[in-house]
Design a protein around this ligand. Structure first.
Ligand code: F6P
Length: 343
């Protein structure tokens, strides 16, 4: 069998471990060959491919962040226009199965290709942990570890200076990273996109801390968080070609408002892409490797139109449609549990 793989959308620690898992399993268990398309769907459309060998270099990929294949984003319209080119390129390369590794947008594209007759096995990826149908995506643990370490470090400097510290973490649509890092790092308030915040509540929580003799406060904010309507004026962002609103710095704006209302010294740290770079944690290396192994096996078993997924501790295959359409949001109950530790 000849397998093709590609990585698409934002990069994520563990992508290379998935590639390694696919290549080793395809080669060792089935004697199959694997090619990789560069820069996601763009490389597939432009027929830019490389042969992937189960050699020393492949072995070293376990530890390496990013993606050796490169990644990219393609507008859905361009994707649709290119279907005949995609089919021709896959046929020309003799591909029997395509394993795209990506987030909800990539899996949506994968489903569309699958509906158009292309043999697909997807692998869910994102530090945001927002892909439906799977308990955890690789990269999430690494991002939470980075954000937690940042919060740990902010405690001492915040306390030394009697400051309110805001740490803004990734999470455009969902607040999994903020929820977990906030809880693990002992933040005194956490704000997520799923639950619009009231700045007055945040100020109350901070004020209470200072009144009780605490010397500082830490607030963990997901970049996509929004205020309850009518409670705080926000700077307006622009809309990019994929329909995403550009961020206007929610952490800084919350910090400015706290300073204006309470007069406390406030500092904001935006973690940004630091959460996405570098080597994956052991948990993510293992999860990504298991996804890669399972994807190669699923391809050889002809389980097309599916994506691999983690259910409890088992890697399984689910129909692609279960992974797309909506995002896996933080349930209100989980947020309410975190709230018990606010203040
Ligand atoms: O990987 C997902 C994500 O981290 C989002 O949380 C974030 O909004 C987005 O990627 C930013 O990615 P980029 O800067 O590459 O567009």
């Amino acid at each position: 069998m000849r397998i093709a793989t590609l990585t698409s959308g934002g990069d994520c620690p563990g992508l290379n471990a998935v590639i390694r898992g696919i290549v080793r399993t395809a080669s060792n268990e089935f004697g199959s060959t694997v090619i990789g398309y560069e820069d996601g769907w763009v490389g597939l459309l432009e027929d830019r491919r490389v042969q992937l060998y189960d050699d020393d270099q492949m072995d070293k990929l376990l530890l390496r962040g990013g993606t050796v294949l490169g990644t990219g984003r393609l507008h859905p319209d361009k994707f649709r226009e290119g279907i005949e080119t995609v089919k021709a390129n896959l046929a020309d390369a003799g591909v029997d199965a395509l394993i795209p590794i990506g987030g909800e947008g990539t899996l949506k594209g994968a489903k569309w290709l699958s509906d158009n007759g292309i043999p697909i096995v997807g692998v869910p990826k994102t530090i945001d942990n927002d892909v439906n149908g799977t308990d955890v995506t690789f990269g999430f643990d690494t991002a939470v570890s980075v954000a937690t370490e940042a919060i740990d470090r902010l405690h001492t400097t915040a306390e030394s200076h009697n400051r309110v510290m805001i740490v803004e973490v990734m999470g455009r649509h969902v607040g999994w990273i903020a929820l977990h890092a906030g809880m693990a790092g002992g933040a005194h308030y956490t704000v997520i996109p799923e639950v619009p915040f009231d700045i007055a509540d945040i100020c109350k929580a901070m004020e209470r801390r200072f009144q009780m003799g605490e010397k500082y406060g830490i607030i963990c904010v997901a970049e996509g968080a929004l205020p309850k309507e009518g409670t705080m004026v926000m700077r307006e962002g622009e809309v990019d070609q994929f329909g995403h609103k550009t961020f206007t710095g929610i952490g800084q704006q919350i910090g400015d408002e706290i300073h204006r209302r309470l007069g406390h010294d406030v500092r904001t740290t935006v973690l940004g892409h630091i959460q996405r770079g570098g080597t994956p944690t052991p948990y993510d290396r293992i999860l990504a490797t298991r996804y890669g192994i399972h994807a190669a096996r699923a391809a050889h078993a002809g389980k097309f139109g599916t994506t691999v997924a983690l259910h409890a501790d088992t890697i399984t295959s689910i129909p692609l449609e279960e992974a797309v359409g909506t995002l896996k949001e933080v349930p209100l109950l989980r947020y309410q549990t975190a709230q018990a530790m606010f203040g």
